[in-house]
Design a protein around this ligand. Structure first.
Ligand code: BT5
Length: 279
């Protein structure tokens, strides 16, 4: 849906003011990320544009930001609802020195940063739903879409896409999301300053990415575990060609989810959709 479709269907979408990037830059305390912003009122997908930039040689740390997306993407071709002037949609270009099999650690690192950022703005706990969702009170507040382009033996670049529902009222979201999604506005009943949230998020990402580059995922693991919302929970995991049912036990050093089957054997799951089960 385009920004004008959103405005006609959900009048609340007409309310927000454009992001003031000067305000974001003013006190931005970072080493590598947020060095340059590419800002759009409307775009197809910030991840697609960031990828084009990366292919043209854009530097690590450049950020693509849009007020709305007409083709906002989730994983596996799913849609990311991106109503205008109220939420955050951004993609960061990273050029990590990682072998391809460790690229999933970027998603885990980003989940830690995002959960910690959210913690600055709401009293409720932000839970990481492995691998790429941030939930509050069981509802999805934010999602991460990491797309890695690899050459043999190393990652060439990663597009780290993040969508956060900040000030968009969830009762104006499409019907099928109203029970499953939330926004900071819905959680706090007050509008959150998007510039402050964005600045904090980029700083937290910058810090966590620095930690990952310097010392690997191990030092970040306890912080990831502290936000892990599924520990001990019975889960169903849908893989492309298989379904696994068991109890979520945590993550392995490489970022794989550890699932204990009914026979007590622990399996490593690299990628998949996790559905929490009742018991
Ligand atoms: C994700 O995928 O959660 C990754 C979302 C990443 C979005 C960002 S925005 C900036 C950048 N540019 C892009 O084009 N994408 C990234 P996944 O785990 O596949 O979840 C997708 C599912 O989340 C959908 O099928 C819906 O059920 C739900 N969903 C869609 N829009 C939502 C929203 N705004 N808030 C909460 N849930 C949503």
């Amino acid at each position: 849906m385009s920004a004008s479709d959103y405005r006609s269907i959900f009048p609340a979408a007409a309310r927000g003011a454009p992001l003031d990037l000067a305000q974001v830059r003013e006190h931005l305390d970072v080493k590598r990320l947020g060095t340059k912003f590419h800002y759009f009122t409307e775009i197809g997908s910030t991840n697609n544009y960031a990828r084009e930039l990366a292919e043209r040689g854009a530097a690590e740390g450049e950020v693509v930001l849009a007020e709305s997306q007409s083709q906002g993407r989730g994983r596996l071709g799913r849609r990311w609802e991106s109503p205008p002037f109220s939420n955050l949609y951004l993609s960061v270009i990273l050029r990590p020195k990682l072998p391809p099999d460790q690229a999933p650690q970027i998603t885990l690192m980003a989940a830690v940063a995002l959960a910690e950022t959210v913690g600055w703005f709401i009293p409720q706990k932000a839970a990481i739903k492995w691998p790429n969702d941030i939930l509050v009170d069981g509802k999805k507040l934010a999602g991460i879409l990491t797309e890695a382009v690899c050459v043999p033996e190393r990652v060439e670049y990663v597009i780290l896409g993040i969508g956060v529902n900040v000030n968009y009222p969830i009762d104006s979201m499409p019907q099928e999301l109203r029970q499953r999604a939330t926004s900071l506005l819905d959680l706090t009943r007050i509008e959150v300053n998007r510039e402050s949230f964005l600045r904090r998020l980029i700083q937290d990402l910058d810090r966590c990415y620095g930690d990952l580059e310097q010392s690997g995922f191990e030092p970040l693991a306890p912080r990831w575990e502290a936000h892990f919302g599924l520990r001990g929970q019975r889960v169903r995991i849908e893989l492309l060609d298989q379904v696994i049912v068991g109890r979520a036990r945590g993550i392995a050093r490489d970022g794989a989810l550890l699932v204990e089957g009914d026979d007590g054997a622990v399996q490593k799951v690299i990628a998949g959709d996790v559905i929490p089960l009742e018991t």
